[in-house]
Write a protein that binds this ligand. Structure first.
Ligand code: SF4
Length: 388
């Protein structure tokens, strides 16, 4: 059983987490070599639907869409546009937290992420594409294979978050009992920023290892490019950091309340309270629920994630493409994350792709607007001229 709030207005937990959806066009035209077929998939597939991004949030971002974007800031020649005021991007985009999906998008191309926030209508159009919708349906049907969707009426932001926390409580008990769970929400403070995400699937394998499985559906019947694979590994690595932080008891009540600006004493709506009761949780306020969740998860028998796995699935044939075990190097992961967060904190300008990855621009939604690669090529030519 997986509860979902009936008012998506408040739900900014996570949008579709499959970052390959965001980059499918880039891969289609990429000159990067791709690994072709032949996988070691065990034939077991899992699911995952998504929560949608808050419409309230999107409206805030749309208001910022009037802002001029300039990539003339290569080498700091003309610093206008993306950093033309003293607010950090976290403040300018009204962000209390970041989503794993957004960080993965940023890992592909930071400039593209900024454009997607400034021009959310372009991004929304992209998300209507057939392969994205098919992917969402596959995720949803997989979730429904093992859990029913229960609609819960929500009346406040606290209610919306409470539904997620109740899902976590319910799924923690299932996991402890040895069952697999899908759409497991995770959150925590990483490098000083509150980050949220939703893990596709968690279960124990035959060796007794706790496995995190991320489903990636693909239009092409082949494994992704190394660039896309890198982003996917980054994604599951972030999920592991968040999940492990929860079971280790590193997430504190104040993190949730303060970072998300939620009211601790807010009485939960009747629908949420009734749902809590139906799964054996007696709580009245949001704070009580946060306490119950954090204590339950941290004192549970759940270990940290042992194995990170990415499962690739072909949309057309509804068959497996392959399963990849993702490496986990915490130091490297945190270094990359720190570099990304430096942008959100306003400590540096946003940057586009490296020149070796200019192939990503060929199918980028913002290619017409973005001058990043043209500018770096120009600067490089000028430097060559100057040197000669
Ligand atoms: S055109 Fe290239 S550098 Fe610019 S946003 Fe797109 S991928 Fe990034």
């Amino acid at each position: 059983m997986d509860a979902s709030g009936s008012q998506q207005l408040f739900d900014d937990w996570e949008d579709i987490s499959d970052s390959e959806f965001l980059n499918i066009p880039s891969e289609q035209q990429s000159i990067e070599p791709q690994c072709h077929l032949n996988s070691e998939s065990d034939g077991k597939h899992f699911d995952s639907p998504r929560a949608s991004t808050s419409s309230m949030h999107n409206r805030n971002e749309e208001a910022l869409g009037q802002e001029t974007v300039s990539t003339e800031n290569v080498r700091g020649s003309k610093r206008k546009g993306l950093h033309e005021n003293s607010f950090s991007p976290m403040q300018r985009f009204f962000k209390r937290h970041l989503n794993v999906t957004l960080l993965c998008d940023q890992s592909w191309c930071e400039m593209k992420t900024v454009y997607s926030l400034l021009k959310p209508f372009v991004k929304r159009k992209e998300m209507q594409r057939a392969e994205v919708q098919i992917g969402k349906e596959i995720h949803l049907s997989r979730e429904r294979e093992i859990q029913d969707i229960v609609r819960v009426e929500i009346r406040s932001r606290e209610d919306a978050e409470a539904v997620k926390l109740l899902n976590m409580l319910h799924m923690t008990a299932l996991l402890e009992a040895g069952e697999r769970v899908r759409e497991f929400p995770v959150f925590g403070v990483l490098e000083g920023v509150f980050v949220k995400g939703v893990i596709d699937e968690v279960m124990y394998n035959q060796k007794g290892e706790l496995v995190l499985n991320e489903l990636k559906t693909r239009k092409q019947n082949c494994l992704p490019s190394s660039a896309q694979d890198k982003v996917n590994c980054f994604q599951v690595g972030l999920y592991k950091l968040l999940f492990d932080g929860l079971v280790r008891g590193e997430v504190k009540k104040d993190h949730v309340l303060n970072h998300l600006k939620l009211r601790s004493g807010q009485v939960l709506g009747a629908g949420v309270q009734a749902h809590a009761k139906s799964i054996g949780v007696q709580v009245t306020t949001f704070e009580e629920l946060v306490d119950a969740l954090l204590i339950t998860v941290s004192s549970s028998d759940l270990p940290c994630i042992d194995l990170l796995q990415i499962e690739y699935y072909h949309q057309g044939s509804s068959g497996p493409i392959g399963t990849r075990v993702a490496p986990f190097d915490e130091a490297q992961l945190r270094t990359e994350l720190q570099s990304q967060l430096a942008y959100w904190r306003g400590q540096r300008e946003p940057k586009g792709v490296d020149i070796e990855e200019a192939w990503k621009c060929k199918s980028c939604l913002y290619e017409q607007t973005c001058n990043w690669t043209k500018n770096i090529l120009q600067v490089s030519d000028q430097q060559a001229d100057h040197a000669s």
